[in-house]
Design a protein around this ligand. Structure first.
Ligand code: PLP
Length: 362
């Protein structure tokens, strides 16, 4: 099998040992005589996986089951854009948001259907090229929503903002498990799994129990955090296979040394790519203006001569590097360096960046 270096933004590269284990699970799981695709979601085999995945998720983020509840939801991170305000925002209440990119914008638009939205800071007028990280929520807000990593624009919050007691909510779709930040500062975290935590089809939600206690009651159970927590994410058939693979990814993260070790590796990986870009500023133009806001996960840049971008991508492909095309809304180049992408891929990309800049790799 010839595995390419997959720099795609999502669905994205998964660790090879996880894929190998999952392929065995597709044939037979846990001595059941059945595939993971065939077992009942109420049976013992899946129940164990489901519970294990939740426990591993909390432990990876250094959170305790006494205070936090993990949920496995359908509908992608995009459903959370609506579900969050549906559960915590009413016409009389205000929620504070920071507009740091295309995904944040969608979260804001959905929230506006349910209550007042105060966009306390935005970097839209400079093409989202930085993170307004001194932003604070308006006092009394129902919650403060941030997007910790802006997958399309290549920026990342450099730290966790102070909120003055306002509950903190984050879309962590593209950086959960990649950085050893203080996850306990967040009252609700959500993340589509397909960037850094598993396959498409499941969304991770981690909520502080005391925050959940204030959620709306009168909602259809599929859209109610309280009902989902009460049913242990088994109100309906959960995305069994996706949760299984998330569990395998979480085991793999543990074997790598946990989230702290992942961050160290990710810093080395992103380091070699950004250093190569910075060596050749006459060829490459980074799209993020503040170095402290540069994403560890999604490195975005343009060629000064945009007419050469197609040639750049074609040359990368002949060297076994794919998925480097920027998001269709912004263009340019984007290299996504999620947890499962090996160091060698980043070294190969850095070498290519050097050679292309020197005119040796047309
Ligand atoms: C990919 C992504 C989304 C959308 O995720 P879906 O699971 O496709 O709905 C939302 N937010 C961020 C930050 C993302 O990277």
């Amino acid at each position: 099998m010839n595995r390419i270096y997959n720099f795609g933004a999502g669905p994205a590269v998964l660790p090879l040992p996880v894929l190998e284990e999952a392929s065995r699970g597709i044939l037979e799981i846990g001595g059941s005589g059945m595939s993971i695709l065939e077992v009942s979601h109420r049976g013992k085999v899946y129940e164990t996986i489901h519970r294990d995945a939740g426990q591993r998720l909390l432990s990876a983020l250094s959170l305790s089951a006494d205070d936090h509840v993990p949920l496995f939801m359908g509908g992608g991170a995009s459903l959370q854009f609506a579900m969050l305000p549906m559960n915590f925002l009413t016409p009389e209440k205000t929620a504070s948001y920071v507009n740091t990119g295309e995904w944040a914008k969608k979260a804001i638009q959905d929230a506006q259907q349910f209550g007042k939205v105060n966009v306390v800071a935005s970097s839209q007028d400079s093409n989202f090229s930085y993170v307004p990280s001194s932003a604070r929520p308006a006092p009394g807000s129902a919650y403060f929503h941030i997007t910790t990593n802006n997958t399309i624009e290549g920026t990342e919050w450099p730290g966790v903002p102070e909120t003055g007691g306002v509950p903190l909510v984050a879309d962590m779709s593209s950086d959960i498990l990649a950085r050893a930040i203080d996850y306990s500062r967040f009252d609700l975290i959500y993340a589509g799994a397909q960037k850094n935590a598993g396959p498409a089809g499941v969304t991770l939600v981690i909520a502080r129990k005391s925050f959940l206690a204030g959620a709306e009651e009168n909602l259809p159970p599929m859209l109610s955090y309280k009902a989902q927590a009460k049913g242990n994410s088994l109100y309906n058939t959960p995305p069994v296979f996706a949760v299984y693979v998330v569990d395998l990814v979480l085991k793999w993260v543990e074997e790598q040394g946990g989230v702290g070790a992942m961050e160290e590796k990710n810093r080395r990986k992103a380091g070699v790519v950004y250093e190569a870009l910075d060596r050749h500023t006459d060829t490459y133009e980074p799209t993020v203006t503040q170095k402290q806001d540069r994403s560890l996960m999604n490195v975005t840049f343009r060629l000064r001569d945009t007419a050469r971008e197609e040639a750049f991508l074609a040359g990368a492909k002949t060297r076994g590097m794919e998925g480097l095309k920027g998001h269709r809304s912004v263009g340019g180049i984007r290299a996504s360096l999620y947890n499962a992408l090996p160091q060698e891929a980043c070294t190969a990309l850095a070498t290519y960046l050097d050679e292309f800049a020197a005119g040796k790799a047309a």
